[in-house]
Design a protein around this ligand. Structure first.
Ligand code: PEP
Ligand code: MG
Length: 576
């Protein structure tokens, strides 16, 4: 029987395929025997996971204010104590040695044995303590599974043409899906600006998020239509629905082929202003699409994706080769590479930042890099070395204070001196800039602009932090508003600060690729847009059809609107 599910359409396009249901919440484990010579390695793997779990919990513990949260602290202390207890430290090791089972299996057996003891207790309170064991055990399991956790389901070639239906997906999952020809995805949670959905748009995978209870409602193998624009999922569609959506799908293809004709045209407005339209990329392979859509450069390379789906972070040499390759491929066009932005919703499985109680406000991006120079230095060395091979721009994410900025600039100077002493080539004048994504930086943009060569507005985070809404939380999605007067004011102030300091200001958040906002941004004075490659031609079509001089006054009037309706009406008029 046909059934319709409504979620949030976050990546446009129509897909028709069979449902592939995935469970990403509870860690699933594989049980296998280890060879005698591998037993010591397996024990060490288990002990490293225990140490990482302690590290994560201590990091959480430190963030609890002493005076307020005794109960919570005690709760975490209990978990820490469990991690010291022989029930979790010694017995699983014995199991690995005696039965030669893998670490996950040993841990699961021990968990079941302890749970049986608790279940047999008379005291109802003590019986519930088995939940604590599960929390601790699951934490260790997730760390053990890091790097492999995405493996069995998402790496199968059988996924080709299927619609993934999951509780949630990480950006790392989405990257894995890319090569397997997944037709679309539907998740129960998620927001329009989460990194997973940004990736879906950039990979042109139709996607619907926030489709509550999707896995309970949809059946594995069932035929589905996914409309990634309207947020509609139709299960077991009838003939009429199939006909309608097939027509829509071919209309979409037609639209794309018409836009393709614009790829070699320079983006110049009707009144002769040259606009730079650049691409955001997550992986070096994205370069193929960038060329296809005729981007004027790479406006944002999100380097953290290099660190995902692998056990060890990439070293200096690997990064250098990667960055050099991008510069060479872009043949003299500018490439803005952002330094590592790990944390919040961009986790490397099992990393310490995964433990933060409020990750979006925690040890993320530049904060993490400054705290862990051994992570940051190789990247800076690789970037500076790569600067000898083309017009590289280095940009730093999530700066909120000038002290951080000075620390970063100091580190860059140190590394330059190091390279010079070694006789290694680099561009001493490589431009350094920052992403304006913390409201404090937007407000104080003139202070930062003074010390930098460029700014780039990261609207995804700027909106999240200005409006105090977690960009991945679908409960507060409805508040995510790029047209909020506060957001528009911060964007305009940043553009003005750049002008005053005589440095360019670009925009690399999702707003830059939204065709409905293009004229407003042109009118406010933006000339450098960076977006997912799939949006480039649509935005170019609007640029070619706009006379900026004629709309400037009306664009500035949007800033004076007093409520959302007025803003929306004025923006709609700009687009007429
Ligand atoms: C942004 O915040 O706007 C941005 C471009 O960075 P990311 O989406 O990777 O956080
Ligand atoms: Mg950001």
């Amino acid at each position: 029987m046909t059934m319709t599910l409504i979620g949030l359409g976050v990546s446009r396009g129509v897909a028709i395929g069979r449902a592939h249901l995935l469970q990403r919440g509870q860690p699933e484990i594989v049980e296998y025997s280890v060879a005698a010579r591998e037993v010591d390695t397996e024990v060490r793997r288990f002990q490293a996971a225990l140490a990482a779990a302690r590290h994560q919990l201590r990091a959480i513990r430190k963030q609890i204010p002493e005076e307020t949260a005794r109960d919570i602290a005690a709760f975490i202390d209990t978990h820490l104590l469990m991690l010291e207890d022989s029930m979790l430290t010694t017995t699983p090791v014995q199991l690995i040695r005696d039965s030669r089972c893998n670490a996950e299996w040993a841990l699961r057996q021990q968990r079941d044995a302890v749970a049986r003891v608790f279940d047999a207790m008379d005291d109802p309170y003590l019986r519930t303590r088995v939940d604590d064991i599960d929390h601790v055990v699951n934490r260790i399991l997730r760390i053990l599974l890091a790097g492999e956790s995405n493996a069995p389901d998402l790496s199968e070639s059988a996924l080709k043409g299927q619609v993934i239906v999951a509780d949630d997906l990480t950006p790392a999952d989405t990257v894995l899906m890319k090569n397997h020809g997944v037709a679309a995805f539907v998740t129960e949670v998620g927001g329009p600006m989460s990194h997973t959905t940004i990736l879906a748009r950039s990979l042109q995978i139709p996607a619907v998020v926030g489709a509550h209870h999707a896995r309970r409602t949809l059946r594995h193998g069932e035929a589905l239509i996914v409309d990634g624009e309207q947020g509609v999922v139709i299960a077991d569609p009838d003939r009429a629905a199939l006909r309608h959506y097939r027509r829509r799908r071919s209309g979409e293809r037609q639209r794309r082929s018409e836009l393709a004709r614009l790829s070699d045209k320079p983006a110049v407005t009707r009144d002769g202003r040259e606009i730079s339209l650049q691409a955001n990329i997550e992986l070096p392979e994205d370069l193929r699409v960038v060329r296809k859509f005729g981007a004027d450069g790479i406006g944002l390379y999100r380097t953290e994706f290099l660190y995902m789906n692998r056990a060890e972070p990439p070293g200096e040499e690997e990064q250098y080769v990667d960055y050099r390759r991008i510069l060479r491929t872009m043949q003299g066009r500018p490439v803005f590479i952002r330094t590592l932005d790990l944390g919040a919703d961009k986790q490397v499985d099992g990393s310490v930042t995964a433990a933060a109680t409020n990750p979006a406000l925690g040890l993320r991006a530049i904060r993490l890099c400054l705290k862990e120079p051994e992570l940051f230095r190789p990247q800076l060395r690789a970037l500076l070395r790569a600067s000898a091979h083309g017009p590289l721009r280095i940009m730093f994410p999530m700066l909120s204070t000038t002290q951080e900025l000075f620390q970063v600039l100091g580190l860059v100077e140190e590394i330059k001196a190091e390279l010079a002493a070694e006789g290694t080539r680099y561009d001493p004048l490589v431009p350094l800039g920052a992403i304006v994504e913390v409201p404090a930086m937007a407000v104080a943009a003139p202070l930062f602009a003074r010390h930098l060569d460029f700014l780039s507005i990261g609207t995804n985070d700027l909106i999240q932090y200005t409006l105090a809404i977690d960009r991945v939380d679908d409960e507060v999605n409805y508040l995510y508003d790029p047209l909020h007067p506060a957001v528009l004011k911060l964007i305009h102030d940043t553009l003005k600060a750049g002008q005053k300091a005589c440095i360019p200001v670009a925009m690399c958040g999702e707003m830059a690729g939204d065709p409905k906002l293009c004229r407003l941004l042109l009118g406010l004075g933006l000339t450098q847009f960076s977006m997912q490659p799939a949006s480039l031609l649509e935005v170019k079509r609007i640029v070619l059809d706009t006379d900026v001089g004629k709309l400037r006054r009306r664009a500035l009037a949007v800033l004076r609107a007093t409520d959302h309706e007025q803003v929306a009406a004025r923006v709609a008029k700009l687009n007429d």
